[in-house]
Design a protein around this ligand. Structure first.
Ligand SMILES: [Mg+2]
Length: 208
């Protein structure tokens, strides 16, 4: 087996434990539209899914049901709320910076997310992590989102990577990586580093 030449990280739930905060911010800005968003539903149905698809689901479950575009109109408010809360307290494991520095010495690294670059890049900067990544693919970077292969194919193209490893926490994200024809590793934010170390050790010439 040949070694990996790049590692493509999902953001939410992999590099940062942000999904509970995304859920809380959406719940807050949608509450007066009759949308009740609970963590169990969000975790099961919304993680890794494009925001517009997620809002279509929520609009049909609202009481009374809503036009999804009424919900979409709250996106700027949700984005602003999320940004203020995360910039106040960047949601990264303190050990992540040093780990990514070690990885970046051996592999090209990218972030591949359904969230927008406008949400992700300031957080990476605030956490001191942006310098480790050669590129960031966000939701606005592609026409077709996860589980389509497009986001991971675009990242690999930007890095000129031929054998990347995709690191993901959601079914939609894992399906996207597989559809792109790449090896995938399913992780949680809390267990990401240990799982990645084990996976890289299993490949010859990878000692991290
Ligand atoms: Mg994720």
């Amino acid at each position: 087996m040949s070694g990996f030449d790049a590692i493509l990280f999902d953001f939410d739930g992999v590099l940062a434990d942000t999904e509970p905060l995304h859920c809380a911010c959406w719940a807050e800005v949608l509450a007066d539209l009759g949308v009740t968003l609970e963590w169990d539903f969000y975790r099961a149905r919304c993680i890794g899914v494009d925001d517009r698809l997620m809002l279509r689901m929520m609009a049909s479950r609202a009481s009374p049901p809503r036009d999804w575009q009424e919900l979409w109109a709250r996106y700027p408010a949700k984005k602003d709320l999320f940004r203020r809360r995360t910039l106040a307290a960047p949601p990264f494991d303190p050990a992540l910076d040093a780990y990514l520095e070690t990885l970046a010495a051996c592999y090209k690294l990218a972030v591949v997310s359904s969230s927008s670059c406008a949400e992700i890049e300031p957080l990476l900067e605030a956490g001191g992590l942006r310098r480790h990544f050669a590129t960031v693919v966000g939701g606005e970077s592609v026409l077709h989102h996860k589980p389509a292969p497009d986001p991971y194919l675009l990242a690999a193209e930007r890095l000129s990577a031929r054998h990347p490893l995709v690191v993901e926490d959601s079914e939609a994200g894992l399906a996207s990586g597989r559809a792109a024809g790449f090896d995938v590793l399913g992780v949680t934010a809390a267990g990401m580093r240990d799982a990645l170390r084990r996976r890289l050790r299993a490949a010859p010439q990878h000692l991290l």
